[in-house]
Design a protein around this ligand. Structure first.
Ligand SMILES: *Cc1c(COP(=O)(O)O)cnc(C)c1O
Length: 357
C-alpha cells in the first residue's frame, strides 16, 4: 500500500528497524537519557524559549488537546477558539466538557483566518486562545505569527495544536510568543500512533502548576515533576519513544528542522504542480505543506478514496462529516518521494480515462 493519508503515515526504514526490537524496561538511566534527548530535540525544532519543557504522553493527540484544556485553563478564563473544521470543533467540545468559558470564532471550511476577523475580538477580555495551526480537516494553515501578535496585545495565553504541521511548516514558538505546542507521533513525525507531545513555555508551566486539574492520567503537573529526571508517571509507549528518538536524530543529522520542512514543502509543490490539468480543485485558501485538500469537480470525493484503495493499492485520506462527499486529502508527510506523487497522479489520470474523476 502506498499511503498518502495524514496519519498514520509511512515510516522510514530506520524507524521500522527500531520497531522490530524487543521493548526494554524503562525505569533506567539509559531510557531517561533517551527521553531527555527527545525533549531537547523537540525544543530545538520548535524553537522554544528557554526554560520550556516537553512532555510525552501515551495517548493520541486528542488526549494532549484535552490535557491542555484541563491543565492550562480554569474558571477564571475566557478562551477564544478558532473553529474552521473538525479539529477546531474538537477544542470547542473540550471547553464545553470541562466547563471552560469560551467564544468561538467560526470560519467557513477552507477559509483562512484574516486579521480583521481576529481583531473583532481585540480588547474583549479574552484570557486565552486555542487554535489548530494546521486545520488538517480542510488543509488550511493559519498565520501563527499574526495570532501570536494578537495574543501578546491582549495578554492572552496562546495554545497551538501543531499536530499535523510540526516538522511540515516552520513553527517558531519563541518568535510567535506561543505558550503551548502540541504534536503527535503519527503525523509529520512519521512514527506509529500512540504518543503525543506537549511543549510548555515557562508561563505555561506556571499555569499548570497553579491549576489543580481533577485528573490522574492527564495531570501535566505530575508529568512535569517526573520529566525532571526523564521519566513519566506511568508506563509510556516505550517502543514508540525509541522510534521517535531515531527519527528526531535522523532529522538532526540531515540538517535539522528547516531541511525537513523544505523537504515536505517540495513534496507538496511537486504534487500540486503535477495535479494541474486534472479536474481537481485545491480546497484550502492557505494550503499547509503537509496536506492538500482537494475538491474533485465532477465526482463524489469519497468514491475516489474507495477506488484508489480497492483498485490501485493507494490510500488517500477521505474526509468525514459535511465534507465527506466534497473533499479528499493527499498527505505530503511521512516517507514519500516525488516518484510516489507520480504514481498517484497516474492513477488519477487513469480514473479520469475511465470516467471516474
Ligand atoms: C491528527 C490531529 C489531531 C489528533 O488526532 P488523534 O486522532 O487524536 O491523533 C489533533 N489535531 C490536529 C490538527 C490533527 O491533525
Amino acid at each position: 500500500m502506498l499511503n498518502f493519508t495524514i496519519g498514520p503515515v509511512m515510516c522510514s526504514e530506520e524507524v521500522l528497524e527500531v520497531g522490530r526490537e524487543q521493548v526494554p524496561y524503562f525505569r533506567t538511566p539509559e531510557f531517561s537519557s533517551v527521553m531527555l534527548e527527545n525533549e531537547q530535540l523537540i525544543c530545538e525544532f520548535a524553537h522554544s524559549p528557554k526554560e520550556s519543557r516537553a512532555l510525552f504522553m501515551t495517548n493520541s493527540s486528542s488526549g494532549a488537546m484535552e490535557a491542555v484544556v484541563m491543565n492550562c485553563f480554569d474558571a477564571t478564563d475566557h478562551v477564544l477558539v478558532i473553529d474552521g473544521g473538525s479539529f477546531g470543533h474538537r477544542f470547542v467540545e473540550l471547553c464545553k466538557i470541562h466547563g471552560i468559558a469560551h467564544t468561538v470564532l467560526h470560519l467557513e471550511y477552507g477559509q483562512k483566518l484574516t486579521k480583521e476577523q481576529l481583531y473583532e475580538f481585540d480588547g474583549t477580555g479574552i484570557t486565552g486562545l486555542l487554535v489548530n495551526i494546521g486545520e488538517t480537516s480542510t488543509g488550511v494553515l493559519y498565520d501563527a505569527e499574526m495570532i501570536g501578535e494578537f495574543c501578546r496585545k491582549n495578554n492572552a495565553f496562546y495554545a497551538c495544536d501543531c499536530v499535523s504541521s510540526f516538522l511540515a511548516d516552520e513553527f517558531d514558538m519563541n518568535k510567535y510568543g506561543a505558550d503551548v505546542m502540541i504534536t503527535g507521533s503519527q503525523k509529520a513525525l512519521a512514527c506509529p500512533p500512540g504518543v503525543s507531545i506537549v511543549l510548555l513555555s515557562s508561563r505555561a508551566i506556571e499555569r499548570v502548576n497553579n491549576i489543580k486539574a481533577r485528573t490522574m492520567y492527564f495531570n501535566l503537573a505530575d508529568m512535569l515533576e517526573n520529566m525532571k529526571r526523564g521519566q513519566t508517571p506511568f508506563t509510556p509507549a516505550v517502543g514508540i519513544l525509541l522510534q521517535i528518538n531515531r527519527r528526531l536524530k535522523m532529522i538532526q543529522k540531515l540538517g535539522g528542522v528547516s531541511v525537513e520542512v523544505a523537504r515536505v514543502q517540495a513534496q507538496a509543490k511537486d504534487f500540486r504542480d503535477k495535479m494541474e490539468g486534472l479536474p481537481l480543485e485545491i480546497f484550502s485558501e492557505a494550503p499547509a505543506n503537509g496536506v492538500t485538500a482537494i475538491h474533485p469537480q465532477n465526482v463524489d470525493a469519497y468514491s475516489v478514496f474507495e477506488t484508489l484503495k480497492d483498485e490501485y493499492g493507494i490510500w488517500v485520506c477521505p474526509n468525514g462529516g459535511d465534507l465527506k462527499n466534497r473533499v479528499f486529502r493527499v498527505g505530503h508527510i511521512g516517507c514519500l518521494n516525488h516518484d510516489d506523487n507520480t504514481t498517484l497522479i497516474e492513477a488519477l489520470r487513469d480514473l479520469q480515462k475511465r470516467g471516474m474523476l
